[in-house]
Design a protein around this ligand. Structure first.
Ligand code: FDA
Length: 314
């Protein structure tokens, strides 16, 4: 119930306007977002690299319907790729097609994203297309396969285990040797397209993980769920799949203990590092995943806001 409410609010423009102007709102976001500038993102990646992990930089933004804004987002990604190359960071980038102009038209999207893809190819860097809500699944995969067929090989997709269709999509990706990030899925979806029960989502996650590890190319297993991580480690051991053939992926600010533990155990770990001003929907999805985070956020806001005396009294 609370999860549904938070996911609903993540898409509300009015709620976004109110929340982003609320006192303490930025402090709230800092729990899950590296900061607002490229420098903030790069500084976070440097720290992550120093602890032996890789990163994926995400310049926050989605649902862009204005060409100038979509072009500015592409320019930011080009600048990020320049920084990764120049500063020899161990990182790639993740982006959302709706940030690049998917809702404007396909020709614009192709041209706008083309600047990012060409820069990535020149720098030999990898670009992950994040997966958004089910309204975009087919279009995102169609677009991915089109760009792949045009010869780009430094790109990858995301599949969500709550989606009933994902097995077919995983097999299609494995067949062409495309890299897949597997996650559970962060949007509110209808029963017709997505499993609703956690047990079904988890069962499908394990099934897809096995398919990707056994037949895919360097999959990213993106989860903080210890049961999913245990299942992945056990399957790899059973099948003799070396830890260099896949990576675990986790979000910035979530289960840092587990990130370091996996790294120490010899696994590749990539941390997804979001930065930028458009943090509102991203933050709401993180709160929806674990409503207990609300408490953390409220405490942080009270500590910094003009109402902090309330906290001292409490
Ligand atoms: P689950 O939600 O079952 O949580 C298991 C445990 O993990 C919780 O009990 C808690 O301990 C911890 N945990 C999970 N989320 C937390 C949070 N926000 N704060 C604190 N603790 C938390 N989704 C999508 O639809 N499209 C995408 O492209 C991506 N991309 C992506 C990249 C990466 C690197 C990750 C890790 C995740 C995504 N996701 C995503 C989000 C994903 O779909 C999912 O919503 C979250 O990862 C939460 O699911 P878990 O697998 O962690 O398990």
């Amino acid at each position: 119930m609370l999860r549904d409410g938070l996911i609903f609010l993540s898409g509300s423009r009015t709620a976004r306007r109110i929340a982003t102007h609320a006192p303490g709102a930025r402090i709230m976001a800092r729990r899950f977002v590296a900061g607002e500038t490229i420098d903030d993102g790069v500084a976070a990646v440097r720290g992550i690299n120093e602890s032996g992990m890789t990163a994926s930089l995400d310049c926050l933004g989605e649902s862009v319907r204005n060409r100038t804004e979509a072009e500015a987002a592409a320019a930011t990604y080009v600048a990020v790729l320049d920084r990764i190359q120049r500063e020899r960071l161990d990182a790639n980038v993740s982006l959302k097609l709706t940030q690049m102009g998917q809702d404007i038209d396909d020709a614009f999207l192709r041209a706008n994203l083309g600047r990012v893809l060409d820069r990535a190819r020149d720098a030999d860097l990898f670009v992950r297309f994040d997966m958004e809500s089910s309204e975009y699944t087919q279009r995102t995969l169609d677009f991915f396969h089109r760009v792949w067929d045009e010869g780009h090989r430094n790109i990858g997709i995301v599949l969500q285990s709550y989606m009933r269709r994902s097995e077919a999509d995983a097999r299609a990706a494995n067949a062409i040797g495309a890299r897949v990030r597997l996650c559970k899925g962060a949007y509110r979806e209808p029963e017709a397209v997505a499993y609703q029960d956690k047990a079904d989502v988890d069962r499908n996650f394990v099934h897809l993980m096995e398919l990707l590890l056994a037949e895919g190319r360097y999959p990213g297993i993106a989860t903080h769920d210890e049961a999913m991580i245990r299942a992945t480690r056990a399957f790899a051991e059973r099948r003799g799949i070396p830890s260099s053939d896949f990576e675990f992926q986790m979000l910035y600010g979530v289960r840092r203990d587990l990130q370091h533990q996996l790294r120490r155990a010899g696994y590749n770990v990539r941390v997804y590092v979001p930065f930028g001003e458009a943090w509102y929907p991203y933050l709401m999805r993180r709160l929806a995943e674990r409503p207990a985070n609300l408490l953390f956020v409220v405490k942080a806001v009270l500590a910094e806001s003009p109402f902090r005396f309330l906290r001292r009294r409490a």
